[in-house]
Design a binder for this molecule. Structure first.
Ligand SMILES: CCCCCCCC/C=C\CCCCCCCCCCCCCC(=O)SCCNC(=O)CCNC(=O)[C@H](O)C(C)(C)COP(=O)(O)OP(=O)(O)OC[C@H]1O[C@@H](n2cnc3c(N)ncnc32)[C@H](O)[C@@H]1OP(=O)(O)O
Ligand SMILES: Cc1cc2nc3c(=O)[nH]c(=O)nc-3n(C[C@H](O)[C@H](O)[C@H](O)COP(=O)(O)OP(=O)(O)OC[C@H]3O[C@@H](n4cnc5c(N)ncnc54)[C@H](O)[C@@H]3O)c2cc1C
Length: 556
């Protein structure tokens, strides 16, 4: 995050000064924004940067215990520099959060500089090798030119020039949220690879006396656990491509001082980061548990994969907070639509009349047609967004202010943002396949994946579709069955579909997911390397177990 921030927030002179040092690994930096007391509420950050016009320096301080920077990756022991987000004060006025480049450690002996106290925050659930750290600043002075001044400036006499948009400071977070969508796709693809390969190797139980034990991948329940997640990994792959394209386009516009789509990008990236990381987080556990006991071994690769992925739901914007950010924009879009304004692409459906025609019992509608089903996802999203928006309006009519009305409707707002994100993902998956140049055989296989993703997505949220009369109960049941009927067809290509992710064994780091499927021999070999097996009799025997046993044997 250090380099992307410099690339996005530096003036051209600052780029020339700092970026070569980064690219050549002459300095190593981190992004120090979160504090002990605040991670979400950025306007509440307490670190201060007071401008001293006499020396043309900023004086940085951590004024309270809660202002100590806390969590930044590689801050504890590795980074020589940091982008520090601090409240800017100049000529006696506070201008809010701004980014400053701060050198933390000497480039000669790596010791912390004067006014800098840094260290590691201690063991975490995962990311063991990463020294997430703390930073306490005490009257630490930096040159005026170390404030990143592409968008806002402080002149030598202390005069402040404000940015065209205050939220431009948040641009790096948007970029990383887009990367996390990619990270979700990768993590779920890895977990699917491990679980499906292992399920093809593992044989268990005797269905009928005398018959060989079947591969567990042949059980419909195992397929029902894993194949929708496999399809989701493919869906997220296409979504991250689409998300990165939108990000690049909007970022190019921003670089040309066109800020018209910055809100739409923030809302979409926030919703997709939250949606994909939540789904992936849960999916990793389903994949682990589908591998039985061996899934719980470090040898499976799942414990580390989960421990390293799960903070994706928290960092770079806690998921609930980001869903609320997305929903806040959607409510604004409903208002704009109702006042006749044209809405941008990813939200234009909110101005369409997508009112459902209740299907009743036998609808005669083609419930296997993906384009039709995507229109139902659209209906569901539109209904949820309008419902939540109306709730906000009712809150205001009841005398609440906007903040109060948004907060009171927040549970529904999160549901609406989830439905919006889900519609975007399902639509993007189906549309991406139409554009794919592939053989008819491959198109057929991918269509099966898109179908099981769309069917299962409705099955798992059928309440949304039934409550709003988008589907009847019997139609929802039919769609649920359509998903189950697809499973044996996907089974034929399941291993090939995970092999297609092309994870090398060294990257997958999983004995269960080895490409050669030689699991048992390698599990046994892996166990031999366990530290506990260095000696046949563990040293602790002589200190504890031996004396205990001998003492009790003498009583026999
Ligand atoms: C091109 C090169 C590509 C290279 C790709 C390489 C290949 C990659 C391969 C694989 C990828 C896998 C790897 C994936 C992992 C990536 C690494 C992950 C490591 C990350 C480590 C974690 C780092 C961190 O956690 S850094 C700290 C993160 N902190 C946050 O995110 C804080 C979250 N909180 C907030 O953002 C705030 O709540 C808030 C600012 C959103 C809201 O605060 P507020 O109350 O002050 O404001 P309001 O709600 O009133 O909003 C005000 C106003 O601002 C708008 N807004 C807010 N944020 C933004 C934004 N980001 N952009 C635009 N606009 C924003 C908001 O909408 C409001 O607008 P209004 O118009 O409504 O007023
Ligand atoms: C592994 C890891 C790496 C990190 N790396 C970095 C880094 O490099 N740099 C950096 O600056 N930070 C980093 N962070 C910090 C991270 O960005 C924050 O933890 C994150 O932004 C969440 O903020 P918080 O911890 O204050 O959670 P909080 O916001 O306190 O969240 C706690 C709960 O409060 C709820 N909540 C908060 N606000 C609202 C609201 N307005 N409405 C409804 N509910 C709300 C949340 O939904 C959540 O359930 C990292 C964190 C982790 C775990």
């Amino acid at each position: 995050m250090f380099i992307p921030t410099l690339e996005r927030q530096c003036t051209s002179e600052q780029r020339e000064k700092f970026l070569p040092l980064c690219y050549d690994y002459r300095i190593i930096g981190t992004y120090a924004q979160t504090e002990l007391g605040h991670g979400t509420f950025l306007r509440g950050l307490e670190t201060t940067a007071h401008y001293d016009p006499n020396t043309q320096e900023f004086i940085l301080n951590s004024p309270t215990i809660s202002s100590i920077k806390w969590w930044p990756g590689a801050l504890g022991k590795t980074s020589t520099h940091a982008v520090v987000l601090a409240q800017l004060y100049t000529l006696g006025k506070c201008h809010g959060i701004h980014p400053f480049v701060v050198q933390l450690r000497s480039l000669d002996d790596h010791k912390p500089l004067r006014g800098i106290t840094v260290g590691d925050i201690g063991p975490k659930m995962g990311f063991g090798p990463n020294d997430n750290g703390y930073l306490k600043l005490h009257k630490h002075r930096i040159p005026r030119t170390n404030m990143l001044m592409k968008y806002s400036q402080v002149s030598p006499d202390g005069t402040y020039t404000k940015p065209p948009r205050s939220t431009l400071t948040y641009g790096t977070m948007t970029f990383v949220r887009v990367l996390i969508v990619h990270g979700s796709a990768i993590a779920l693809a890895k977990a699917s690879t491990i679980a499906i390969r292992y399920s093809a190797v593992r044989r268990q139980s005797e269905l009928r006396p005398g018959e060989p034990e079947p591969q567990i991948l042949s059980y419909p329940t195992q397929q029902h656990k894993l194949f929708p997640l496999l399809a989701t990994a493919y869906a997220f792959h296409f979504v991250q491509l689409a998300m990165m394209k939108i990000y690049t386009d909007v970022n190019d516009q921003i670089n040309n001082s066109n800020f018209s789509r910055i809100q739409e990008l923030h809302a979409l990236s926030s919703g997709l980061k939250a949606f994909t990381s939540w789904v992936t987080n849960a999916g990793l556990e389903v994949c682990r548990m589908s591998c039985g006991g061996h899934g719980y071994s470090q040898a499976s690769g799942f414990p580390r994969l989960y421990a390293d992925f799960t903070p994706s739901c928290t960092y770079e914007g806690e998921n609930t907070v980001l869903m609320l950010q997305s929903a806040r924009y959607l409510v604004k879009c409903v208002r704009d639509a109702r006042s006749g304004k044209t809405l941008p692409g990813t939200v234009s459906y909110l101005s369409e009349d997508v009112s459902a025609v209740h299907s009743g019992g036998s609808s005669g509608r083609d419930l296997s047609n993906l384009d039709f089903l995507i229109s139902l996802y659209k209906q569901r999203a539109s209904n949820q967004v309008h419902f939540a928006s109306d709730k906000v309006d009712r809150g205001i009519s009841a005398g609440m202010d906007l903040v109060g009305a948004l907060n009171s409707a927040s549970v529904h707002l999160v549901s609406a943002a989830k439905a919006h994100s889900h519609y975007f993902i399902a639509k993007t998956f189906v549309e991406s396949l139409k554009l794919l140049k592939a053989s008819s055989e491959l198109q057929n296989v991918l269509h099966q994946l898109a179908s099981v993703y769309v069917f299962e997505g409705i099955a798992q949220s059928s309440g949304d579709f039934i409550e709003d009369y988008i589907l009847s109960g019997s139609e929802a049941k039919t769609i649920r069955q359509l998903a189950v009927d697809l499973l044996p067809l996907i089974r034929v290509n399941a291993v090939s579909l995970v092999d297609a992710f092309s994870f090398r064994d060294e990257v997958l780091q999983s004995v269960l997911g080895r490409y050669d499927g030689n699991v048992y021999e390698n599990l046994f070999k892996w166990a031999q390397n366990s530290p506990l097996n260095k000696t046949d009799v563990h040293p602790s025997y002589h200190k504890y177990l031996g004396p205990l046993l001998k003492r009790n044997q003498s009583k026999l």
